[in-house]
Write a protein that binds this ligand. Structure first.
Ligand code: SF4
Length: 244
């Protein structure tokens, strides 16, 4: 489906000057069901869902269910659905693609080489994410500049070119830091992933995301076994590499 977005620099400037709640409200008011939060249910995503529950109560919430998420993440998704009375849309890997990959390379191919890890992320994350993106004109993400060096220049709003057209990609909390997120969570009693209490600072699939030390980058626990040879901590959904 072609999107209705045209690249307008004035609009982009206006969006980049907005605060998080104004951005979420703009997305819902202007684009309705063609806007959605796509989240892996980390802290920033949960904050945005909480904001949307008040200012954009019909906002779609989507997640990429790689079928290898932590049990704590699956439990959180259900808790969020109950708390806010919403149904989270789950986008999963295409079954025949997944079966072929596992038959050919095994379930733990991500240990073998960086290329196989990226292939796994392509099948389990990137392809379902593309299916989700095809249903929106406005993609709302939980990216923050303090997540990693590679995310240090993340704009609050940008146009991204997909093969079927242009979409608006928003990162409403791009300029928030950890303290701001924690303060919002405490004040609004936002449900959070239990793994944060176990030292995780970035949460994706089991095995591929691990706890971090205080001096490490927030995403250092991703694919930790590659840290010595490759510091690319992106899976392909947000650029670089092939994977969340
Ligand atoms: S994070 Fe690991 S298990 Fe999840 S899709 Fe990527 S390589 Fe596969």
């Amino acid at each position: 489906m072609e999107t209705a977005i045209t690249e307008d620099q004035a609009l982009l400037d206006e969006l980049n000057a907005m605060d998080p709640e104004a951005l979420i409200a703009w997305a819902y008011t202007r684009h309705g069901e063609r806007a959605g939060i796509i989240t892996s249910f980390q802290d920033t995503g949960c904050v945005m869902i909480d904001m949307a529950s008040r200012i954009a109560p019909g906002m779609r919430v989507m997640t990429i269910d790689t079928q290898r998420l932590h049990p704590e993440t699956y439990a959180l998704i259900e808790e969020v659905e109950r708390r806010y009375g919403i149904e989270v849309e789950r986008f999963q890997p295409e079954p025949s693609r997944l079966k072929k990959m596992v038959d050919q390379h095994g379930l733990y191919l991500f240990f073998d080489t960086k290329a196989k890890q990226e292939f796994c992320c392509q099948v389990r994350k990137v392809e379902p994410n593309i299916r989700a993106l095809r249903t929106v004109d406005v993609w709302i993400t939980g990216l923050r500049r303090d997540h990693s060096e590679t995310r240090g220049a993340t704009p609050k709003a940008q146009f991204v070119q997909e093969e079927w057209g242009t979409i608006v990609k928003l990162a409403p909390l791009a300029d928030w830091d950890e303290a701001q997120v924690r303060a919002y969570v405490a004040e609004n009693r936002v449900p959070m992933n239990a793994l944060y209490d176990q030292g995780y600072t970035s949460i994706g699939c089991v095995i591929c995301s691990t706890p971090t030390k205080p001096w490490e980058d927030k995403r250092a626990g991703r694919w930790r076994w590659f840290n010595a040879i490759d510091n690319d901590k992106e899976c392909g959904i947000h650029g670089q590499g092939a994977g969340i």
